[in-house]
Design a protein. Sequence first.
Length: 115
Amino acid sequence: QVQLVESGGGLVQPGGSLRLSCAASGSISGSMFRRYTMDWYRQAPGKQREWVASIMSGGSTTYADFVKGRFAISRDYAKNTVYLQMNGLKQEDTAVYYCTNRGSWGQGTQVTVSS
């Protein structure tokens, strides 16, 4: 069983930046992690969870239109960790952010964008 733990959330002003991390642990080897497609999702209060970005096993990335040009997903194979660099944050980016390997989900990390 793979455990995913997100971190890096917090309170930031509009226009600011945050970097979220998602660390994978448990019954997982580096070669296993390398094969996972990893996704970031988010869920704002009163709204459904929505997909934000994905990074494939080979490193290719895709983004939801509402974060293109502002967010960047990356991964560190040595650390079994996926990142979400968020720049140009807007109030509408406020949400709990989750990572998943399409099997397990993390507990989420809160991002609040407010002046």
